[in-house]
Design a protein around this ligand. Structure first.
Ligand code: SAH
Length: 290
């Protein structure tokens, strides 16, 4: 690729994008998959980086936006597979920055949402490395939207919780007050949740959730391989097993899932007929909220 082609990828200065300085690390979110969800800042960072240290969940079409001379380094961490230790990744990033490289640390979704971006930032501060954070579209929000599910809706919920299905022990997340969550958050978006889905469902039902509450499991959201399974809290584990749906997936629980019947815009592109008013709130019933 010629230099001219390359600079045409870099977004022009009038947008106010900062220069990527040598010796800096940029912690950047790549979004959930679809390159259309990349921020201008992320595209600019890709075009200017000397090294891109990327995670397993970063889409190939996004990596293809890196400049022709950029070095691409895989630092994938994926449950169940051997992967570099977090400390090694952090040391590598610090080392590259000390070599005077423009280091792009590219993470799936948003770097500060269940992405260890905070940990890497802390290590950079400790090492005295200058850094910048470019947020990304997180899978729980962008992925839900691609399934036709808004994470908040005035008629259904004023609260949404984003939770992770397992903690550092690999077991179901210990420090969540499941009963309080079940009672206090009408909509729950679960990341990394397939492994412990049955146990999480049990805890939520024990906390008072309706076993027939709608659930959507959205795998490989926003990519061409996106799959959506609609089920209920009670049936979720068995239905996931029967469907063969696999990680990475997010699980959305709560009444907003019903809106999919109306808002599955992606399905509509494939011929799905959308149902107006899936909540039955348009006539008669008084709307809540202001
Ligand atoms: N920082 C990321 C989350 C990393 S944790 C973000 O903000 O999105 C990894 C988990 O994110 C996966 O186990 C899965 O639950 C979710 N995830 C990431 N990309 C996804 C995608 N394209 N489709 C569905 N879930 C995804």
């Amino acid at each position: 690729m010629s230099e001219a082609t390359r600079t045409s990828v870099t977004l022009p200065g009038f947008l106010g994008l900062p220069m990527f300085q040598p010796g800096w690390v940029w912690l950047v979110g790549a979004g959930p998959g679809d390159p259309a969800l990349l921020t201008l800042g992320a595209a600019h960072a890709l075009a200017s980086a000397n090294v891109v240290v990327y995670d397993a969940l970063v889409d190939e079409r996004i990596l293809a936006l890196a400049g022709p001379d950029a070095q691409l380094e895989y630092a994938g961490k994926r449950g169940g597979r051997p992967s570099p230790k977090q400390a090694d990744i952090t040391l590598r990033i610090i080392d590259l920055a000390r070599q005077g490289k423009r280091v792009l640390r590219l993470k799936g979704g948003d770097p500060f949402v269940f992405g260890r971006g905070g940990e890497e930032g802390l290590a950079l501060v400790e090492a005295g490395i200058p850094f910048r954070v470019i947020p990304g579209v997180t899978a729980g929000i962008g992925g839900s939207a691609y399934a036709g599910i808004p994470v908040t809706h005035r008629d259904t919920n004023h609260v949404v919780s984003f939770i992770t299905g397992h903690d550092t022990t690999g077991g179901v997340t210990g420090n969540i007050e499941w009963e309080a969550l079940a009672k206090g958050s009408p909509v729950i978006v679960l990341y990394m949740g397939l492994k412990h889905l049955g146990e999480i469902a049990t805890r939520l039902m024990a906390g008072g959730r309706d076993p027939d509450e709608p659930v959507a499991v959205i795998a490989r959201a926003t990519t061409p391989a996106q799959r959506v399974l609609e089920t209920t809290i009670r049936r979720a584990e068995a239905d996931v097993a029967a469907s063969g749906i696999e990680a990475p997936a997010i699980v959305v629980m709560g009444p907003v899932v019903r809106l999919r019947a109306a808002l599955d815009w992606l399905g509509a592109l494939d011929g799905r007929t959308l149902t107006a008013d899936p909540l039955g709130t348009r006539h008669g019933q008084k709307k809540t909220g202001s």
